[in-house]
Structure formats: structure tokens, C-alpha cells
Design a protein around this ligand. Structure first.
Ligand code: KIV
Length: 277
């Protein structure tokens, strides 16, 4: 096993970091074998795996279960698991829940927020658990806040840049920048010595992440400009399921290649017992 956070951090400025979400064994195996650097067991699982409207209802149990599956699949990529909504209300709760994620198989945890959660990040770091930061659009705040691009005014841009510096000071090993204007993401990337991983924040970031269901075209309910669809899997799967259903109804599946037959000598004996022609 070669899941090294240090190797990942050392990529800053000389090789871009590839990151993707995964929540199950099969997808994580494919991502790991393809050489992805970082697999995030994100709380986006609440939407794409569990069918909730947003990430708010996701529980620690959910992320622990998905983390176990991803851990069993992953030999090389660094596995980071999200601390879900309300799992880090106090420093003690943050540390205990981070330990649960590490015990389930994560190499590090991710926590949403900037200056407001410094004490939690410091406490988790103190317990020797690597932490990834996440600023810009923070899906766990979406009940109070709008889904909009961040860093469009000078004031908000300064807050984001200062938050990134604070996160670095608190000891995070890398920061997700979600839906932040390109110019601001660029200043952040140049202002910190740890990698920035962008999602909807332009190509100057040290790496990129997408939700796997979005980039494979598996989940089409919400479309963001920053999501590039590399496949249209939901329509490919629909076509495959329709073909399967059709073949069952027309008695074309299973074909003779898809089932097993007795030796004719044994069948002959069986037929005599039951009087079959
Ligand atoms: O939960 C998640 O998948 C995330 C990514 C969108 C970065 O936080």
C-alpha cells in the first residue's frame, strides 16, 4: 500500500493533482487502478447514493460505511472522508468523529469552513489526524446560503484568501476551493504552500476534483457549468436495461450460452423416471 499524503503535497507546483469522489468498492477500485491521486468519500454521497435533496441528512454511519468500502478498494490513492453536517459541533466531537473515520479506513478527514472552525481543525491535527480544508461554496451551509459563485466582491475575495492562509496555519495539508472565481483561486493558490484542489474554481489550482456521478453522466438532476461530462452513463445504462427487459419478454435471454445443461445420458435416465419425451 502506498497511500502517501506527503507525496501528494509535494506535487504542488510540479504536477497537477487528480481527485474524484467515490463511495463504493467497485468505483473506488476503478479510480485507484486508473491512478487517481486522491479519492474523497464526500458527503455528496447523501445526494448521489442515498437520494437526499442535499448533504444535510448525511450521518457519520453513512460516511463510515462508504469509507470502509473505498478503503478496501484503494491501494495507492489517498482516501479522505468528509465530516458530515453536525458531526463537528465541538472540538471533542470533531476529534472523536475524525477518529471514527480513520478507524473506518480514511487516511485523512475533510471539514468545511474557514476561520469559524479553526479550533476544530487544530484539535483534530493535535490528535495526529491529517485534515483537508474546504472553502468557497460549502454544501453543508446550503440551507442558509445561496448556491452562487464565491469571491465576486473584493471583501469576499479577501475573506477567502485570509481563510485559506488561516487553514494553512492551522495545519491542513490541502484545501478544496469550491466555486470560487478564477482570479481569487489563483491568488489563494499562490499564497499558500499547500495544494489547492479546485471544483468550479478554474485551472490554476494545484489539482481538480469532481463528483464521480456527475463526470460520468450518472446523475443528471443538477447541472453545473464546471462539471465536464466525460460519459453519458445514465442513458447508456437505461439502454442496456431496456434491451435486457426486451430480451426477457421475447424469450431471447438467457440464450444457450447463458445457461447450463445436464449430460444427455443423465437426462435420458431422468426422463424415464418422469415419463418426459
Ligand atoms: O462532498 C463532496 O463530494 C465534496 C466535493 C464536491 C468537493 O465536498
Amino acid at each position: 500500500m502506498n497511500r502517501s499524503i506527503i507525496d501528494l503535497v509535494n506535487k504542488k507546483k510540479h504536477k497537477k493533482i487528480s481527485a474524484i469522489t467515490s463511495y463504493d468498492y467497485t468505483m473506488a477500485s476503478i479510480c485507484d487502478e486508473a491512478g487517481i491521486d486522491l479519492i474523497l468519500v464526500g458527503d455528496s454521497a447523501g445526494v448521489v447514493m442515498l437520494g437526499y435533496e442535499n448533504t444535510i441528512p448525511v450521518k457519520m454511519e453513512d460516511i463510515c460505511l462508504f469509507t470502509g468500502a473505498v478503503n478496501r478498494a484503494t491501494k495507492n490513492a489517498v482516501v479522505v472522508s468528509d465530516l458530515p453536517f453536525k458531526s463537528y459541533n465541538s472540538t471533542i466531537q470533531s476529534v472523536n468523529n475524525s477518529r471514527r473515520l480513520i478507524t473506518s479506513g480514511a487516511d485523512a478527514v475533510k471539514i468545511e469552513g474557514g476561520s469559524r472552525i479553526m479550533d476544530k481543525i487544530q484539535a483534530i491535527k493535535k490528535s495526529k489526524i491529517p485534515v483537508m480544508g474546504h472553502i468557497g461554496l460549502q454544501p453543508q451551509t446550503m440551507i442558509h446560503e445561496k448556491c452562487r459563485i464565491r469571491g465576486s466582491t473584493k471583501e469576499e475575495a479577501v475573506r477567502l484568501i485570509e481563510d485559506a492562509k488561516l487553514l494553512e496555519k492551522a495545519g491542513v495539508f490541502c484545501i478544496i476551493l469550491e466555486m470560487i472565481n478564477y482570479e481569487v483561486a489563483k491568488i489563494i493558490t499562490d499564497s499558500v504552500n499547500i495544494p489547492t484542489i479546485g471544483i468550479g474554481s478554474g485551472n490554476y489550482c494545484d489539482g481538480q476534483i469532481l463528483v464521480i456521478h456527475d463526470m460520468l453522466g450518472l446523475y443528471d438532476k443538477v447541472r453545473f457549468k464546471f462539471v465536464k461530462k466525460y460519459l453519458s452513463l445514465s442513458s447508456d445504462i437505461t439502454n442496456a436495461i431496456l434491451a435486457y427487459k426486451n430480451e426477457i419478454e421475447n424469450n431471447e435471454f438467457p440464450g444457450s450460452d447463458n445457461y447450463f445443461s445436464m449430460k444427455s445420458s443423465e437426462y435420458k435416465k431422468l426422463k424415464t423416471i418422469y415419463g418426459v419425451n
